[in-house]
Design a protein around this ligand. Structure first.
Ligand code: CYC
Length: 169
């Protein structure tokens, strides 16, 4: 698992080079956003259960077929599995926000996920929609908490969306 710093060090070490101007700029921008990243994670942590619940309600409002008898989130067990997955996405998003790097998502969340979803009939595009709804809720909360420089909040949600949607097997 990598963060913004270890990933940079790894790249420069592989090339046997000292940090150049680009590396220093990357490091500066990571450290400059550090406090805001931790604050955003704190906002999310304090409200995670409510964020997941609200995102799921919005998703089922928008796509009610998911919780109808033919839907993948129908039955208490599958409904709970769906909310649990949303909670995974949110929790790992906070790790990626703090790390300033998406590697934790590749290693812990996305690897093999499409295959699992496909084999269980979990529909990808509603999942992606759920992740985007969650992003919007989180962005609002972070902004309400007065964290102005918050562009980094989008990153993990958009990354998971892109990786889940684009890869064909
Ligand atoms: C931390 C990394 C991690 C992830 C991401 C993860 C996902 C994950 N979601 C699963 C199932 C599932 N995932 C969903 C999710 C949904 N169904 C819908 O219709 C909605 C669109 C969506 C919710 C937004 C459902 C319903 C199941 C159960 C499917 C089944 O067993 O039939 C399963 C199969 C095993 C199980 O049920 O626990 C895995 C592995 N597991 C992990 O360890």
């Amino acid at each position: 698992m990598r963060d913004a710093v270890t990933s940079l060090i790894n790249n420069y070490d592989l090339a046997g080079r000292y940090f150049d101007r680009n590396a220093i700029d990357d490091l500066k921008s990571y450290f400059a956003s550090g406090t805001a990243r931790v604050e955003a994670a704190t906002v999310i942590n304090g409200d995670a259960a409510a964020i997941v619940k609200q995102a799921a309600l919005n998703l089922f409002d928008e796509l009610p077929e998911l919780i109808r008898p033919s839907g993948n989130a129908y039955t208490t067990r599958r409904y709970a599995a769906c909310l649990r997955d949303m909670d995974y996405y949110l929790r790992y998003a906070t790790y990626a926000i703090v790390a300033g790097n998406m590697n934790v998502l590749d290693e812990r969340v996305l690897q093999g996920l499409r295959e699992t979803y496909n084999s269980l009939g979990v529909p990808i595009s509603p999942t992606v929609r759920g992740i985007q709804i969650m992003k919007d809720i989180v962005k609002n909360k972070v902004a309400e908490a007065g964290i102005e420089d918050n562009s980094f909040v989008d990153q993990p949600f958009d990354y998971m969306t892109k990786e889940l949607s684009e890869k064909d097997i």
